[in-house]
Each structure stands twice: as structure tokens, then as C-alpha cells.
Design a binder for this molecule. Structure first.
Ligand SMILES: NC(=O)c1ccc[n+]([C@@H]2O[C@H](COP(=O)([O-])OP(=O)(O)OC[C@H]3O[C@@H](n4cnc5c(N)ncnc54)[C@H](O)[C@@H]3O)[C@@H](O)[C@H]2O)c1
Length: 281
């Protein structure tokens, strides 16, 4: 989407982190916004920051795992703003659990939000983007959409699925004439609330580990700020990039899995074993 000013953009997961920062960045560029999240308090905070830039902002409490709610969100955006030109399917959650012990409940919770939320958001908004004569769909995957990681099977599966879904979608829309652009976003470690809000069931690799320990480790390795991530996402949208990687870690991981698709997995095992050794002291 070459020209952003005056466009109407819907964002999921806009109460915090990457979604909130992207909302503010787009407001600065003159976009009207329809912000959604399950966290109304956070939504209102993002809305106040965005409104300072003189754009129109609406807020919508929506659980992206709820298909009907997402379709109602799309209709409400058009009813309130008159049209919609972009959907950013960003809402996401994390879960640390080995396959053997992971509960079906947590696996379904994560998939409902991280995979089905993206599918619902895409399919609910697509007819409206066509009616507007063109637009942009931005789906947030992860570097864990490039590689598998121990204790992150659900998250990796959902993020791989988002990548596959988005790549297929992009090709279909190109065949249909290319008026709707598609971007798949792959952040590395971004300093947000994702690890604090994550569910934790346990893992062989970090026996004795905890939710707090995992969040503390994440805060040490996540190097990029949400504001920097938002600038990279918006630059990718303006350049109509099909794939956006955020951070040096994302670029390195993408390269690693392409150069050494088996070697990286051996490296992961070594790293996990070392972590287990160190945590035993
Ligand atoms: N932070 C990272 O290092 C990182 C890395 C790769 C990918 N991502 C992805 O980026 C996206 C944004 O995550 P973030 O890091 O900004 O995390 P965050 O926790 O700061 O923000 C996520 C937002 O999603 C919202 N949310 C959670 N469940 C929801 C639901 N059912 N319906 C609607 N909203 C819901 C939360 O309330 C929160 O506001 C996610 O898809 C995440 O998987 C993050």
C-alpha cells in the first residue's frame, strides 16, 4: 500500500506491544484506525495515543478466536468508518509446553487465537477490501514460523500455518489482479508483554523452570522495541513486501534454517541440553 494517509486500518491485538505501536505509527502517517483486543483498558490507552495525531479511532472488544465476533468486527468497522482498506491480524499468545504433557485445552486456546484468529480476520475483511477497490492484509507470524523449537510446538505449528496460509493467499490475490497486497510478518524477539501473558505447562529442557523464569529469559534475549518493530512493519507495507523480518535475530534464523535445515535442529538440542545443565547448577 504505497499511500497511507486517509486509509482506514483495522488491527487486532492493539492493546499492547507490536499492535499498539503499529497503531500509533499508522496514526502518525494519517490513517484512521479501528482497534480491537480483548483488553479494553489497553485498547483505550492505545486509542488515546493514536488520537493525538488527529485521526479517527474506534475501539472494539473482540476475541479473535471467536469467528462470529471477528465477522461482526469487520461489519462494525465499515458501518463506523464507511470502508476499510487494511487488516492487520496481529493478536497472539504464547505457550510453553512439551508435546507429551501439553493439554488439549491450551493447544486449542493457542490455535484459536494464533491460527484461526488470522484466518477469521482475513476472510471476514477480504470482501470489504475488495469493495474498497483494493487493500492490504498483514498477517503476523514469527521467526517460529521458520523453525521448530522445543517446548514451542503449538506456537511453531500455528506460526508455520500462518505463513503457509498467507503465502497461498498472496498468490491467489495476485492471480485475481493484485489489487489486494499481502504481507507476512516474522518478528524475532520483541520486548512486549507476550512472555508475561504466556501460559506455561513445563518442559523437559527446563525442568524446574517456571513461567516467571521463562519471561525473565525472554526479556533478556528480546532486543527490539515494539516501536522499532512497528516502523519496520509499516515500511514493509508501504513497499508492498510479501515477507517482513524484524530484527537481526529474525534475519539470522531465517538464513540458518535455509542453509542448515537439519543442522539448526541439532544446535537447538545442544542448546536445550546446555540450558538444563546450567539450571541444575
Ligand atoms: N514479542 C515477540 O518477541 C514476538 C515474536 C514473534 C511474533 N510475535 C507475534 O506478534 C504478535 C503481537 O504480540 P506482542 O509481542 O505484541 O504481544 P503482546 O502480549 O504485547 O500483545 C498481544 C495482544 O494480543 C491480545 N490478545 C490476546 N488474546 C487475544 C484474543 N483472544 N483476541 C484478541 N486479542 C487478544 C492481548 O490482549 C495483547 O494486547 C503476536 O501474534 C505474536 O505471536 C511476537
Amino acid at each position: 500500500m504505497r499511500e497511507l494517509a486517509g486509509k482506514i486500518v483495522a488491527i487486532t491485538g492493539a492493546a499492547s506491544g507490536i499492535g499498539a505501536a503499529t497503531a500509533v505509527e499508522l496514526a502518525e502517517r494519517g490513517c484512521d484506525l479501528a482497534l480491537s483486543d480483548i483488553n479494553d483498558e489497553g485498547l483505550q490507552q492505545t486509542a488515546r495515543r493514536a488520537e493525538k495525531h488527529g485521526v479517527k479511532v474506534s475501539t472494539h472488544v473482540v476475541d479473535t478466536g471467536d469467528r462470529d465476533a471477528v465477522y461482526a468486527f469487520a461489519d462494525a468497522v465499515v458501518a463506523e468508518h464507511g470502508a476499510v482498506h487494511m487488516i492487520i491480524n496481529n493478536a497472539g499468545v504464547a505457550l510453553t509446553a512439551d508435546v507429551e504433557i501439553m493439554s488439549d485445552e491450551n493447544l486449542e486456546w493457542l490455535f484459536d487465537i494464533n491460527f484461526w484468529g488470522v484466518v477469521h480476520g482475513t476472510r471476514a475483511f477480504l470482501p470489504h477490501l475488495k469493495r474498497a477497490g483494493g487493500g492490504h492484509i498483514v498477517n503476523v507470524s514469527s521467526v517460529f514460523g521458520f523453525i521448530g523449537v522445543p517446548s514451542q510446538s503449538a506456537y511453531c505449528a500455528a506460526k508455520f500455518a500462518v505463513r503457509g496460509f498467507t503465502e497461498s493467499l498472496g498468490q491467489e490475490l495476485d492471480i485475481a489482479g493484485g489489487k489486494i497486497k499481502v504481507t507476512s510478518v516474522h518478528p524475532g524477539g520483541i520486548r512486549t508483554n507476550i512472555a508475561k501473558a504466556a501460559r506455561f505447562e513445563g518442559t523437559v529442557a527446563s525442568k524446574g523452570g517456571s513461567q516467571r523464569g521463562a519471561a525473565s529469559l525472554f526479556s533478556k534475549v528480546a532486543r527490539t522495541t515494539p516501536e522499532k518493530a512497528a516502523k519496520i512493519i509499516v515500511a514493509g507495507i508501504v513497499a508492498d513486501k510479501r515477507k517482513v523480518r524484524i530484527g537481526g535475530d529474525a534475519v539470522a534464523i531465517d538464513l540458518m534454517q535455509r542453509v542448515a535445515p537439519l543442522g539448526y535442529q541439532r544446535g537447538m538440542v545442544r542448546l536445550a541440553k546446555l540450558g538444563r545443565l546450567l539450571s541444575r547448577g
